[in-house]
Design a protein around this ligand. Sequence first.
Ligand SMILES: [Zn+2]
Length: 82
Amino acid sequence: MTPNAVPAYSLYGEPALRNARPAYMAEGAKPAPPGGMPYEGHTRCMANEGTCQGHRAKGTDYCMGHLRQIAKEVKERDIESV
Ligand SMILES: [Zn+2]
């Protein structure tokens, strides 16, 4: 930085983004959740070899429907094994 250095935007009068607000200040915007944004790469249920079109329940690999089904199967298995 030299004493004569000027911000690039000053050459054009005023900052181009002078009136722009950062995205996080946009109306209706919410702060990012703790831990960053959730992974959005694969949000479909893993059941039926990934053919289920159900949306994954948060923090799981399955949709709510299959989670219930799996929970039921596990429960039945436990009962049988007792
Ligand atoms: Zn499913």
